[in-house]
Design a protein around this ligand. Sequence first.
Ligand code: MG
Length: 399
Amino acid sequence: MTADKQPDYGYVAGRDECRLAPYAAREGASRGRRFKEPQPNYRGEFQRDRDRIVHSAAFRRLEYKTQVFVNHEGDMFRTRLTHSIEVAQIGRAVARVLGLNEDLTEAIALAHDLGHTPFGHAGQDALNACMKDYGGFEHNLQSLRVVDKLEERYAEFTGLNLTFESREGILKHCSTKRAKALGELGERFLAKRQPTLEAQLANVADEIAYNNHDVDDGLRSGLIGIEGLYEVPVFHEQYERVRASYPGLSQRRTTHEVVRRMINRQVTDLIEATRERLVVVGSADGEAVKRAAEPLVGFSEEMAAQNHALKHFLRHNLYQHYRVRRMSAKAGRIIKALFDVFVNDRRMLPPEAQEKLHALERKGDAAGRARAVSDYIAGMTDRYAIKEFERVFSPTHLT
Ligand code: MG
């Protein structure tokens, strides 16, 4: 077959979107990028967003950032990188079934945690406390800051210059005060409108991923036990079934089988409950679903309650476990100590961070200086933050 007779199997702008549901996000209806760029040749716009995210430095650093377990505690636990891949996997699977835009869902899922500090929520709380007088720190806003301002990879613009829809999906929540300062991206919070269904989906996929992998990692670490999880209906139900079908199965395989089924049960519920809500919407377009009072992508009432019970259990038994609290306290002290030392003496920062500090300080004085230090710390991985702490504070550590 000659080249000109070769059927076009690849990407054709517009063609792939014919398969989408009427309420899915479409590139043709995109509000575009902040800096105008020519259309990509062999990819869609949301695919290009996804690719830029995957190639970013912040994305690579997710490998050494964690949520509950600090990176050096073991190679078996999830990192933010593997978590983000799980979110993208769940998101894409559901998007395909519902006729939503898979590429946009994937881009949002892969970018949603880019702004996280080292040491998970303990790190974020500590940095937020340090930034109290300078506008605070919020990982969600930081993710947006990473893709809009902090990545330096392109000749023509600062940041990744993602489409409006990817950026909107990254900014899950936002206070009214902050929304006012955000321009077009803040509009929906002020008008109390929903984001795209793809953004709603990435949000629920995030929850499914972390709740279930925290059960898995929690059991593996020994911080929580099967007996405790028995009070959680979504676990109990699947555990009983697995035990009945495979009575002699090892504990490890039983756990994996149960977690696998829990994810499947939640994803199935999410698809079915969302479908029911979307039937009501009918052939409405993406703009119409944004006017709904509540997000349309979500669990049934029954599964929402079960999910709540699972979250409640994890909050009290895993995230508040004394060993996790000790690590969180240490993490908080590391973040605070680094913040104080750099804010008080910028010359202790590496040259590149000093340059950024000067640029921000010119714009915003003390707040600019604090924001530059916050950017530097937020960008650290767990292990980099620990090393930096040693380099700065250990008398026996050279430089
Ligand atoms: Mg997440």
